[in-house]
Design a binder for this molecule. Structure first.
Ligand SMILES: *Cc1c(COP(=O)(O)O)cnc(C)c1O
Length: 466
């Protein structure tokens, strides 16, 4: 008899089963402590610097103990600092001080090719081959460089399909690229909104627009994970649908890289870009990433050239004959900022102590636990209609979200945010009405989630008072 495949438990089932085995309530702090004991990634938290409550400017020490770790749920905006960052930076500053220009070729991180040592580490995080990834510039710059090659509108195929509520920088980038090519964003920017009364774009609706209008679409350009709602798009299905209609398909993976499992290569995605300061923890303005699938390596060429796109072996011969590196490496323009390579290396080494698959497994349970507790305590209770309540915008299907939950409240979001901040919680508020909370599997714990939910209760109560 063939074995039946094991049925994966939903986070709710897993939590209730474990609580029953322990003989405790699924809402008790004991369950959180046990989940942390069973977490084989828990040790990775020790590799990051976590602010204490007292370190944070808005903390009110009359409400909470300042000596404890803060609850850092804002890794979707700016990841924590890896402890080895400072050491790596000091090594390079020391090398500069002691050897000056010789640092270009000396030491463990020769400046002239420092970022090439970490491209394989980055490629593992986004599911790419090392030669498909370049680390350079900022995210929006890379998006422009990629669109200059992939957006080549013709009279009949001139549209870019994207989300209506895209991140502003992506919206501006696409708008300006369309103008640059002599088209009008009014005709060429196809922005997709959710159905009336809905918050999420349905995959079926995205696929249908591609099917119906694909012949006029030059580029399909979505985010991997939506920054506001936390929705994870079905990148594989979108890519397949776009290709069927002859479109290029690219993704902005700013909120997906280091958050969810990506298989940019296997899915056949044409191009992608991401920043590294969110889930990838490289510090504000860190070195961004770009991906071009190897199938385009010798076909799609950069529109703009610089000497860093030249083959390293002959780059410094300084003749005027371009020996362009294939694929995304040919897109590099300037010599790389080694001081930005250091923090990125520090973070990527931690990612490579585990795998995105293992991080994602923890993440599904960690965010499922947060959702479970919020639903348990703070959903609308018809018998107590005046009690402040919480609505979760983010899809409840773990396959349609990363670690972030976007919350809205029956009381003003700015009050809740302020009360949470006074209690040592770091998360962020986005206009018009959402609080984004992101328990990050690399350094957040189940006990963080449990403490957060308690503090959310206190914050809601304080916000509900006149
Ligand atoms: C964070 C983010 C950006 C920021 O762009 P930078 O060029 O790094 O300033 C752009 N797009 C998306 C989708 C983002 O999430």
């Amino acid at each position: 008899m063939a074995d039946k495949p094991p049925v994966a438990l939903s986070p709710r089932e897993a939590l209730e089963q474990l609580a029953a085995a322990l003989g405790c309530s699924p809402t008790s702090a004991d369950l959180a402590a046990e989940l942390d004991r069973r977490d084989d990634l828990a040790h990775l938290r020790q590799r990051f610097l976590l602010p204490t409550v007292a370190d944070l400017p808005p903390s009110d020490l009359s409400l909470v103990d300042g000596s404890q770790d803060c609850i850092y749920f804002v890794g979707n905006s700016l990841g924590l600092q890896p402890k080895s960052t400072k050491k790596y930076l000091e090594e390079e500053l020391e090398k500069w001080a002691k050897t000056g220009v010789h640092g270009h070729t000396q030491g463990s991180r020769p400046w002239a090719w420092a970022e090439e040592n970490i491209e394989d580490l980055m490629a593992n995080v986004v599911g790419a081959k090392p030669e498909e990834v370049a680390l350079m510039n900022g995210l929006t710059v890379n998006l422009h460089l990629l669109l200059l090659s992939f957006y080549k509108p013709t009279a009949t195929r001139h549209k870019i399909l994207m989300e209506d509520n895209a991140f502003p920088s992506d919206h501006y980038a696409v708008e300006s690229q369309i103008r640059l090519r002599g088209h009008d964003p009014k005709d060429s920017m196809l922005c997709l909104s959710p159905r009336p009364g809905e918050e999420m774009l349905r995959t079926e609706d995205i696929l249908e627009v591609i099917e119906q209008q694909g012949d006029c679409i030059a580029v399909v350009m979505f985010s991997g994970v939506q920054y506001y709602t936390g929705q994870l798009f079905n990148m594989e299905a979108i890519t397949r649908a776009g290709h069927k209609k002859g479109c290029y398909v690219g993704f902005d993976c700013a909120h997906a890289a280091g958050n969810v499992e990506l298989k940019l290569h296997d899915w056949g995605v044409d191009f992608a870009c991401w920043c590294s300061y969110k889930y990838v923890n490289s510090g504000a303005g860190g070195l961004a990433g770009a991906f071009i699938h190897e199938k385009h390596a010798d076909v799609v060429r950069p529109a703009l050239l610089g000497w860093w796109g030249h083959d390293l072996k002959t780059r410094f011969q300084m003749d005027h004959v371009m020996d362009l590196q294939p694929g995304v490496n040919g897109y590099r323009l300037s010599n790389q900022p080694v001081l930005l390579v250091c923090p990125l290396q520090a973070s990527l080494e931690i990612f490579n102590m585990t795998s995105m698959e293992a991080l994602r497994r923890k993440s599904i349970l960690l965010t499922g636990y947060l959702e479970y507790l919020i639903q348990h305590y703070y959903t609308w209770d018809p018998s107590r209609p005046d009690k402040p309540h919480v609505t979760i915008l983010t899809p409840s299907d773990p396959q349609q979200r990363g670690c972030q939950l976007s919350l809205s409240f029956s009381v003003p979001v700015s009050r809740v945010f302020q009360e949470l901040e006074r209690r040592g919680v770091v998360c962020d508020m986005r206009q018009p009405s959402v609080l984004r909370v992101a328990p990050v599997p690399l350094y957040n714990s189940f006990s963080d989630v449990h403490r957060f939910v308690e503090l959310l209760g206190a914050s809601l109560a304080a916000s509900g008072q006149k």
